[in-house]
Design a protein around this ligand. Sequence first.
Ligand SMILES: *[C@@H]1O[C@H](CO)[C@@H](O)[C@H](O)[C@H]1NC(C)=O
Ligand SMILES: *[C@@H]1O[C@H](CO)[C@@H](O)[C@H](O)[C@H]1NC(C)=O
Ligand SMILES: *[C@@H]1O[C@H](CO)[C@@H](O)[C@H](O)[C@H]1NC(C)=O
Length: 833
Amino acid sequence: MRLPILANALIALFALSFCAAEQVKFDILADSEDTSQWFNSDLEHQYSHLSNDSLLWGPYRSALYFGLRPRIPRSLLSGLMWFNMDNYDSIGKLRHFYEQGDNMKRANWVSYDPRIGGRQIIDDVDSHIKIIIDFVKSEDGKSWGVKVKAVPHKGFENVKTSFIWYSGLESKKDNDEDRDSSSGYLKLENQKNVLGYKGNVKLSGVSEELGLFEIEINDGPKTNKHPSSGKIMDPDLDPSRAHHYSLRVPNDNVWKARDIFITMLQESIKDLVEKYPQFSEFPPEQAFIIRDLHNFEGNLHFIQKVYEGACEFDVVYTNAITTSNDKITFDNINVKIKRALDGVNEKFEQKFSLNKPFNKSKKFKAFGKELLSGLLGGISYVYGDHLVDRETVFDEDSFESYELVGSFEGPHELFTLVPSRPFFPRGFLWDEGFHLLPLLKYDSDLVLEIMKSWFNLIDDGGWIAREQIIGPESRSRVPKQFQVQSPEIVNPPTLMLAFTFLLENVKGENDLGSIDEPNTVDGDEQVIDKSHLGQILLNNPELLTNYTKEIYPKLKLYYESFRRTQQGYVEEFDRGTNREAYRWRGRTVSHCLASGIDDYPRPLPADVAELNVDLLSWVGVMSRSMKMIASLLKLESDVSEFGKHEKDIIENLERLHWSDKDQVYCDLSVNEDDENSHECHKGYISLFPFLTKLIPEDKIHKLEAMINLIADPEELWSDFGIRSLSKSDEYYRTGENYWKSPIWININYLIIDSIQHYYGTSHTHMSEELKEKFKTVYKNLRVNIINNVVDKWESTGYVWEQYDDATGKEKGAKNFLGWSSAVLLMMNMPEEL
Ligand SMILES: *[C@@H]1O[C@H](CO)[C@@H](O)[C@H](O)[C@H]1NC(C)=O
Ligand SMILES: *[C@@H]1O[C@H](CO)[C@@H](O)[C@H](O)[C@H]1NC(C)=O
Ligand SMILES: *[C@@H]1O[C@H](CO)[C@@H](O)[C@H](O)[C@H]1NC(C)=O
């Protein structure tokens, strides 16, 4: 497995020339006052450059407790693993992937911004330690540092812990056999020593995308202790030394680092057992040290350390291009971490102002900051292929589930947030729009980067997969029967909802065109710098227009295909001539996964005549959003076309979906005589035209019906938030009870937001009594939800996927940050209308 000598020589040569080239560029950069100007004075290019640098590195392997990678398809992947060494069993709890079932008191970012860095705290009950991980980036975004600190739990002061850091370099080239010098390398700099290493261990590497770099790991301060119990049973097993192991793995396999490590460890133990009859006397802190049995040298490197009691150590990654005072070193890392944490704190305070009664204690601020940090800490970058079934055509009448057979498509890349790092560590279309809401004012540039990444996935047919299971690592977390996506299935277009919110913000606050900074006197003289990042696109109408122009064709395809594929029957069932009416495809008797509210009751028996009120509302959101976007681009005929759709949708929501008898909006189907009939299950579905603001402002009677449904404890009101299905419904709390009673934060946010919206637009037309009702519901609902989520966060250490409507108890996936982070937006809203 050793590289042939010739290849080594080539690599060395290549590295030299690379080094020289970097050096030249570096000198020019250092000479120029403004580096962005040197590259290009074009504003768009300046922005793209700043943005790419600032978002290059991050803990974008969010499925791991801590895993770093750059936003580059195949490149350098790093990760942290650890396990307890007090006994022989704990190796079974070697931590790597963040798993729902792991016994962690808490595990989340408590302070984090992707452009700066931050802190994650992991309190590992079974390993008896609390781990604090600080991650910090250099100003140029090209280098970083990590500090890992472990604090033993009380009563476990002498706990023995092993930490393993790994870094693996994957290559741009698909075929590993072709790997030559230009694919780069990653190698150990220390003089190889099978006995282990005292002090620092250093790797150096080069790749086309990253250039030259070094990764160095220290042994931490003198206060660290290594286990010193008894004699060293084999010279290779000294726990006071760092141990290094390297091997070659093909592309798309570095993510298996944990399995690879375990396999190598097993091999070492097998060898020791053969060599030493008394092996069972080896203490665990020696037995579980990885040994360099083969003298391999490859692209994946493990560095293992063993400590006793409290300990800390640092890892620094230095890119050759980073200037010396910007570099993160073992000497300055503490200062840089402090600066980063202060920076995140400042930004949080600047962007969020918690409102009464949540500004009275530090607890709420810490909670709010953790919501935001946990959300941002879920930002992931993935690259690879995914499985799509374009063959199976659903039979309209069957309402059965299909076994899909996929073919690989791609590769695709995606920059996304995730619903829950331990449970759903990948992109979900329905969730993503909600994920972006708390970030709109915090960092709209980031939001637009993420949206663009999603919109890029829209295929030529205008379809985008509901769940993004990209690459082998993502697939490994999903049962086989759920890995394949079908173009027949759509999902709520929440990204359009978020885009509408964004454009409304611009309209409301900036009046597209009047800009304070940076000034836009002469387009080409304009210079932007890193401090503007976060609000650059929204503050520069031309940039925003260019951005919108770029995504518009895809959005239009998406819109058209969405409407075409989900079109419902109108004339066929005597429903007039307005054809804005839709039916979710792919529903089964019990589930409508496409709608996102999977098991919510729908008309039975299922019938092709069905029309879904939530779907029509979503199409309305799309029409309105497309209208705003077309208007930004001054595409007059598109504006009027989308405007017409929106108008027709509003009309049909009233005409087809309003039930006078039930006084709510309902799905429409037909009875045995093929006559139109509403099937009403009061709950989130009934509120959709209200939640999407598609009820005309002057329809006070409808608004009153909505608030009455929300406020009634026998229907939707609970002390912990608005329940998904009415207490009076026959299916309440039945079956898997996923969307049949629990409280969901995303919908509760829309409810509060809509109450605020309609109070604003319509209160002058409301009776005193109705106004009072709006105000009371708003005030109490906001406080009820926040208090319950905070309560459960305090008692369990996490924010959750759902909350029980009867008890407020947490349910479902943990660390669901995720759309449950919308609580942060609620904390920012005024206490009263
Ligand atoms: C917008 O795009 C046009 C055409 O691609 C380009 O010439 C212009 O410089 C861009 N505007 C800005 C502000 O970068
Ligand atoms: C920024 O990254 C994107 C892809 O992620 C790339 O298309 C673009 O060219 C980059 N911009 C610059 C200035 O390098
Ligand atoms: C909380 O905010 C309100 C305004 O929303 C303000 O009047 C009050 O002084 C604040 N309280 C604290 C403790 O900062």
